[in-house]
Structures are given as structure tokens and as C-alpha cells.
Design a protein around this ligand. Structure first.
Ligand SMILES: Nc1ncnc2c1ncn2[C@@H]1O[C@H](COP(=O)(O)OP(=O)(O)OP(=O)(O)O)[C@@H](O)[C@H]1O
Ligand SMILES: [Mg+2]
Length: 227
């Protein structure tokens, strides 16, 4: 469960104040599939970063699974992020000097999982995301679709309850992008909350709930039944 109440995030540029988020109220239940659309600069990434505990609001409150996030220390927030949140980015954000397998292993190391367990889980993930043949390749030796599959494997290896994807198909051609969305949707069907920022109307329409943003505000919020 995600509950944002009166969330505002401003940036100061010289003597100008930009309201990246302007008094956002939003409730997302566990297991929902939500898309966020809106023009460039409307606050989509800022919203995702706050939900994913990568950024903090200036004011308002954020409750995640009945815990008030603002009451927690930095360390506690980092731990919740590692345990509950999986992030997928447009430009993949893989570590370039690590192999595919090592990138996927990273969250397990940070989570203190023993080496033998890590090997088992990394192998399962490589299998599940059809990356077995690419395990020892570095990101520069992978295609865009393969890189994003590594990124999704890494984002989900700790079995997060929430997946946040910021234009996950933005750097992929249409066909490969559609395959990446199918992978994310499969994770959603297994119970994960899925929140996807996209510029692609067709992809956005696949979500069961569509939020449109403009100027740091939620313009519309529409739900339709799961198919
Ligand atoms: N670190 C920052 N410093 C200053 N201004 C920022 C910063 N991050 C975001 N902004 C401003 O906040 C507003 C919202 O930015 P945000 O990145 O959330 O937009 P977006 O909807 O994700 O856009 P895009 O579709 O281009 O990714 C923009 O006006 C942007 O210039
Ligand atoms: Mg953005």
C-alpha cells in the first residue's frame, strides 16, 4: 500500500522555484498495475523517485505498507528500499564493469545473502530471463533488450513488493519494448505492485489504472477492469 498525502517537491533554480510535485494525493493498493503519463517536465520521475525512496518531498506524508516513511532514519529507509522496491530505468543503470550475472547478484550481496544461496538465485534469474548464454557478458556486450532484462532481473531478485519502471521501453525498439512490458506484467500477475511511467499511449493503456500528470499535479486518474 502506497499513500501520499499533500506531497510537494520543489527545486530552486536561481531565484525561481519549480514545483516538480504540487500537493499530490495518491493511494495505490498492493497488487495494482498503474501507468503514469504526461508531458516532459510534468513530475513523473520525481513522483516515482519519491515513491521509490530515492528522493524526499519538502512537505506532505508518505506511508508505505502502513509505515510512515518520514519518521524513519536514512538507514531504515535504505533497508526498506532494498527489501521492498525494485527500480527499472530507461537507460538501464547497470554497472558497466560487472558482468550480467554480477549485476544481478548485487542486491543479494547488499542484502547479506550467503554466497551459495546467491549462486542458486542468480542462476534461476538468468534462466527465467533467458540470459544464461550472456551471464559473463558486460553490459556493453549486450543488446538493449538484454540489458533491460538484466536490469529487471536485478530489480526483482530480492522479490520486491513494488516495481517502479521509469520509461523502461524508452531506449528499445517497439517489438523489444513490448517484450519487456510482458515481463513486467508477468511479475505483476504474480502479485507485485507495478507502476510504469511511459510516453507510449498504447503501453500506458495496458495498465488497469492510468494517471495523467501535468505541472506537478495529477490531472486525471482512471481505472478499468483487468482483462
Ligand atoms: N534535480 C533537479 N534540479 C532542478 N530541477 C529539477 C530536478 N529534477 C527535476 N527538476 C524539475 O522538476 C520538474 C519535473 O521533472 P521530472 O523529471 O519529474 O519530469 P518528468 O515528467 O519525468 O519529465 P520527462 O518526461 O522529461 O522525463 C521539471 O520542471 C524539472 O526541470
Ligand atoms: Mg522523467
Amino acid at each position: 500500500m502506497i499513500r501520499l498525502t499533500a506531497i510537494t517537491r520543489t527545486f530552486h533554480m536561481g531565484d525561481q522555484t519549480v514545483y516538480a510535485l504540487n500537493n499530490i494525493n495518491l493511494h495505490i493498493a498492493s497488487g495494482e498495475y498503474v501507468s503514469i503519463m504526461g508531458p516532459s517536465g510534468s513530475g513523473k520521475s520525481t513522483l516515482l523517485n519519491i515513491i521509490g525512496l530515492l528522493d524526499k518531498s519538502d512537505s506532505g506524508s508518505y506511508e508505505l505498507d502502513n509505515r510512515l516513511i518520514s519518521d524513519l532514519s536514512e538507514t531504515e529507509q535504505a533497508q526498506i528500499r532494498r527489501e521492498k522496491i525494485g527500480f527499472v530505468f530507461q537507460s538501464f543503470h547497470l554497472v558497466s564493469r560487472l558482468t550480467a550475472a554480477e549485476n544481478i547478484e548485487l542486491p543479494l550481496i547488499l542484502g547479506g545473502i550467503p554466497a551459495t544461496q546467491r549462486q542458486i538465485r542468480v542462476n534461476e534469474a538468468l534462466q527465467a530471463f533467458e540470459l544464461k548464454q550472456r551471464a559473463n557478458h558486460r553490459p556493453s556486450e549486450l543488446s538493449g533488450g538484454q540489458r533491460q532484462r538484466v536490469a529487471i532481473a536485478r530489480a526483482t531478485i530480492m522479490q520486491p513488493s513494488v516495481i517502479l519502471a521509469d520509461e523502461p521501453t524508452g531506449n528499445l525498439d517497439h517489438q523489444i519494448g513490448a517484450e519487456v512490458m510482458l515481463l513486467l506484467e508477468k511479475l505483476h500477475r504474480s502479485g507485485t505492485t507495478l507502476i510504469v511511467v511511459t510516453h507510449d499511449r498504447e503501453l500506458g493503456a495496458r495498465a488497469h489504472r492510468q494517471i495523467a500528470m501535468r505541472d506537478g499535479k495529477i490531472l486525471t486518474d482512471q481505472s478499468h477492469d483487468a482483462d
